[in-house]
Write a protein of this length. Structure first.
Ligand SMILES: Cc1cc2nc3c(=O)[nH]c(=O)nc-3n(C[C@H](O)[C@H](O)[C@H](O)COP(=O)(O)O)c2cc1C
Length: 376
């Protein structure tokens, strides 16, 4: 509506309308409308069924999310039924096996309730060339090494022995070596690659940068930063996200126009990154927030890595606005179960441009040791 008005009315009229709207906000009628709305919200939030009714009948705000979560679940479960080859399931289960292997004390028999599922999904992926493609090659090598370590470590048991037999009949994944390398290990603790002071300096230096030098960003540097991003923690190590990178000036302009928060500075962005979450990584709705959590953790590492390479970034918000979602789906060709987490502008910071001071909340406000808890 806003865009429509802006496109069809002269600027002076748009200004008048804006002033009228601002004045209306101060009026008694607006205050009455706000108070009715507040009472309605209080009432709807006073009990779970009322909240459900509110979001089913009166508000459409969650509809896209609900559909996206469902599409992801449907894809995940269909893959299990049809060919048992969901790579996210394999990654999650292999991660669980690793946790069992490093447990203290390690139990002689563990993972009994999901080892067959794990071996089956591994067998499907490793045996079918269509599944064992580049995107799963590294996951397969990891699964192979961990499964081998697991079967070498557990005690005899009918279920585990059966799973071992299935595993031993599987072909080895491409690139496999005799020495199992991708298994739990002890870290070298004397090695401190970065001091606290260095990390603090990096955090102090990083700021959201919105003005960039007009020169291309070498992909080699971006890939270095993405490599660090890929090392970030992720729930059950599934890593249910991808980075879509746009560095062609014409496309960048289009992509930079998708999020609203780039207005006024989008024309100077050299690279746009879309952090994209994939909801087909989960078997249950309970994990629906994980794409946002994992995507954000990776993006933070990416942002710090960029700074070490002389590059800067600014996250661009992706609020859940139906019209924006539709447009992004069209422009980026997204599947229904894929959702942008947010966008990131990247480039060489313009040394002449300013960054916001962005005061941070004090430590004492931000953290609280041992707040009172209810021990009953
Ligand atoms: C989730 C998220 C969304 C953001 N969206 C925008 C945005 O749309 N436009 C913008 O100019 N900055 C955006 N920012 C940058 C914030 O304004 C910035 O991080 C904050 O003011 C703190 O400043 P600093 O990053 O320099 O420490 C966003 C940051 C985050 C984390």
């Amino acid at each position: 509506m806003k865009t429509l008005v802006k496109n069809f009315l002269p600027e002076s009229q748009v200004d008048r309308l804006r002033n009228a709207r601002l004045l209306f906000k101060e009026s008694g009628a607006a205050r009455l409308a706000t108070s009715v709305q507040t009472s309605g919200l209080k009432f709807a939030s006073s009990a779970k069924p009322l909240a459900t009714a509110y979001y089913s009948l009166l508000s459409r705000q969650f509809r896209r999310e609900e559909r996206a979560v469902l599409l992801g679940l449907a894809k995940y479960h269909a893959e299990l039924q049809e060919d048992d080859a969901n790579v996210f399931l394999m990654r999650r289960n292999v991660h669980r096996l690793e946790k069992g292997l490093l447990m203290r004390p390690r139990r002689p028999v563990f993972a009994k309730d999901y080892i067959l599922e794990t071996v089956n999904v591994y067998r499907k992926i490793v045996s079918e060339p269509s599944h064992a493609d580049e995107s799963t090659a590294e996951s397969l090598l990891w699964a192979h090494d961990v499964l081998r370590a697991y079967f070498g470590a557990v005690a005899p048991d009918p279920v585990l022995d059966h799973a071992r037999e299935v595993f031993e009949k599987c072909p080895a994944p491409a690139g496999n070596s005799a020495e199992a390398k991708r298994i739990p290990y002890k870290r070298l603790l004397d090695d401190h690659p970065v001091s606290y002071e260095q990390l603090e300096q990096l955090a102090l230096k990083r700021r959201s940068v919105r003005w960039f030098e007009q020169k291309p960003v070498p992909r080699e540097l971006l890939d270095k930063a993405f490599t660090v991003a890929g090392l970030s923690p992720s729930a059950c190590n599934r890593q249910p996200f991808r980075f879509l990178v746009f560095d062609d000036p014409e496309t960048v302009e289009q992509v930079a126009s998708l999020p609203g928060g780039t207005i006024g500075w989008k024309h100077n962005i050299p690279v746009m990154v879309v952090v994209l979450g994939s909801l087909d990584a989960f078997y249950s709705e309970k994990d629906r927030h994980v794409i946002y959590i994992d995507g954000s953790l990776a993006a933070m590492s990416f942002s710090y890595a960029l700074e070490t390479l002389g590059l800067s970034s600014c996250i661009c918000n992706w609020p859940d606005i139906e019209a924006h979602e539709k447009r992004a789906q069209e422009v980026l060709g997204l599947k229904g179960y894929e959702r942008p987490v947010f966008f990131m502008a990247v480039g060489y910071p313009d040394p002449e441009a300013m960054v916001a001071y962005s005061q941070k909340r004090p430590l004492e406000v931000m953290r609280e040791y041992n707040p009172p808890i209810n021990r009953s």
